[in-house]
Design a protein around this ligand. Sequence first.
Ligand SMILES: CC(C)(COP(=O)(O)OP(=O)(O)OC[C@H]1O[C@@H](n2cnc3c(N)ncnc32)[C@H](O)[C@@H]1OP(=O)(O)O)[C@@H](O)C(=O)NCCC(=O)NCCS
Length: 384
Amino acid sequence: MEKVCVIGAGSTKYGKLEDSIADLAIQASVGAIDDAGIEPKEIKAGYISNVFGVADKQVHIGPVIMSNLGIPEVPSLSIESACGSGSVAFREAYANVAAGFYDAVLVTGVEKVNHKGTEWNTTYFSYCSDFFYEGGSGASFPGLFASMARAYLAEFKATEEDLALVAVKNHDNGLLNPKAHLQRKISVEDVMNSPVVASPLKLYDCCPFSDGASSVIICSENFAKDHTKDYIDVIGSGRGGSPAALQGRDHLTTIPSTKIAAEAAYKMANITPKDVDFAEVHDCFTIAEIIDSEDLGFFEKGKGVDGVREGLTKRNGDIPINPSGGLKSKGHPIGATGVGQVVETFEQLMGKAGERTVKDANIGLTHNFGATGASCAVHIFRRA
Ligand SMILES: CC(C)(COP(=O)(O)OP(=O)(O)OC[C@H]1O[C@@H](n2cnc3c(N)ncnc32)[C@H](O)[C@@H]1OP(=O)(O)O)[C@@H](O)C(=O)NCCC(=O)NCCS
């Protein structure tokens, strides 16, 4: 297999945005191409992640992006894997470069749904669950993650205030990220006093619906060396699956797909969780970040909550989690999120993350899943 590198990254701001889905995707793609210092014609394929293009009347968006980049002849593949689409697109791009099919490819994730409103979004997002058992029976994603939160609070004697600490930390990080959707300092009291969405989850325990796009250019090591001295290596890549519906799982407090994907990625990278300097993880709801931090091996089962209480997951802690602000504060444009995590990791490892830089970081990990973790991808990166 070829060694695979990331040589450029670009992103729009995340939030409630006016631009069309195509404009957002093109802005992020051009940003990544410029950052990599390459010509569009050097791109040999596009991997495009998007879930609800229909909301802005543009599906099959790959050829639209390629045409606007002036390379209509370049093939593209649209990938939908719910909230995990971005990391799955990254994985497919990685596999094709590693296999030697292409030496440089564009990975772009995009979503534009805010103009449709919360009711439309809640309904359509529920189509990403196992609709027979979950969405069709009235269980929205806040409801499903609330079930996981209830189980965790009961099993490990955690409190709603503990969950709130995750939101407070991620909003603190997001304040330092000019591209974050919710740039607002909040306190535990703010979280506790915010409206209940699905008990025990309150407004500030939830990620928002976001618009936005993120892109990276990935390539073979030879291509990277021909173009730049500064890049990062992809040293681990893993994917995993879980029973689609929560009722098919043995436990509500762990996500099997995360463990499977992480194990494969650690094995490929030949490292252990202790070697990771920071992680961008899928915190669609505060409870998810705590569960992720255990499934990824940063804490033992039931101890992720101690990590948050003791500040170990803060930017200056032992294992900083979501220095970008995470889905909670940076936002969650579902097609873009997994690619956005790679953008953050690239900026962190290249020393381009400004005030939110994690000190002395050499190895970063990204973790992104679809639905309640029915599908998952984990990637590990090292500064070249
Ligand atoms: C939490 C949620 C229900 C809020 O929806 P809503 O009540 O219709 O929110 P609105 O868009 O009307 O915004 C109302 C206010 O809350 C803020 N807000 C919205 N979502 C927020 C969030 N998740 N966290 C913090 N503040 C939020 C808005 O900025 C707005 O504040 P303002 O009035 O000061 O501008 C919605 O964001 C949600 O369902 N999030 C989860 C999305 C999801 O499931 N994603 C998939 C994950 S698997």
